[in-house]
Design a protein around this ligand. Sequence first.
Ligand code: NAD
Ligand code: UFG
Length: 342
Amino acid sequence: MSNKLRVLLTGGCGYIGSHTAVELMRAGHEVVIADNLVNSSAAVLPRIEELGGKKPAFYNVDVCDKAALDDLFNRESVDAVIHFAGLKCVPESVEKSTLYYRNNLTSTINLLERMADHGVNYIVFSSSATVYGEQDTMPLREDMPTGACTNPYGMTKHMSEIIIRDAAKASDSLGAVLLRYFNPIGADASGRIGEDPQGIPNNLLPYVAQFATGRRKRLFVNGNDYPTRDGTCIRDYIHVTDLAIAHIKALEFIVGKQGHEVFNIGTGNGYSVLEVIEAFSKACGKELKYEFAPRRAGDIPTCYADPSKAERLLGWRAERDLKRMCEDTWRWQSNNPMGYGK
Ligand code: NAD
Ligand code: UFG
């Protein structure tokens, strides 16, 4: 196998997948995308081409669909898969739990089976810090217990980790990397691709960015009585480009190996909601007037990574700071106030 890989990205039209497609292409790899566009737009594809310098092969398929995935693997010879496809809205997962279990688990199982049938041996999976649940100590390390998740979305990530781990244990050829993302924010420095959530954003950064453009009228800070330095929740925000590059490092690590390995992908620094709003205010040059609101159900006070294992074994660490994350988010949001214009 040459150093240049041909990689299938399930969910490659989404926020993290599109940034990873661009970074893979910038590094000289080839990209094939499979996405059913349930939470994304095909309008991202010409922009991936513009930034990556080459048109990615695109298949509008549901990763849960056995025949469609067989057909894709028959047409496309790929060296590895990065499995981003999944539903990710925490409150929706509470209301529609079976939809989340079916989509996120069936896609993972179907993908593993089709990979085995077609001789594709390497997978990198999008997991989440949510698998740690609430822990007594920070930072979070990969060897801490997982699975005490507070919502069905988190459970699908935990269960998918187990499914992939067990498949790797049983196989003499499968190599798998599970990446536990912390809080991805930011956008490609070009401002041409970025996060484009449907409806009212659940997550802090896309909401703040839309508030700064005037698309959202009020900004609420959920809870100011947490046991943190300013009473608001602390998270480990990571630039999506650093996260995208971590996937390339993960592929370089696993291709040619058998077994499975898990990595935290975060910066190791925690910022409070108020610190993020202040950093964003500086980046966009506007005062952002917020209001305190009650705590959001299920939020934990503090969550940040120990990312040292990724540095040690992958040779990866985050390079972009919070200022850069906010500046790049603002470039994307101000240039594309309605996102991809769905
Ligand atoms: P996203 O919604 O922007 O991207 C996911 C993509 O998967 C979308 O393009 C969607 O259309 C596609 N998809 C969903 N189900 C599919 C299916 N059955 N078949 C084909 N395509 C399907 O989300 P994102 O933020 O880019 O997240 C990517 C992955 O990373 C997800 O698995 C998510 O759970 C995980 N993750 C995200 C975060 C975050 O904060 N963004 C944090 C931790 C983990
Ligand atoms: N927040 C506000 N106002 C808003 C939106 C969010 O104050 O308008 C607060 C939240 O209450 C929380 C903090 O900002 O205190 C961060 O919230 P996010 O939703 O941005 O991030 P979370 O850490 O809660 O959630 C993210 C992912 C989930 C994943 C979780 C754990 O969105 O998918 O990390 O990994 F499960």
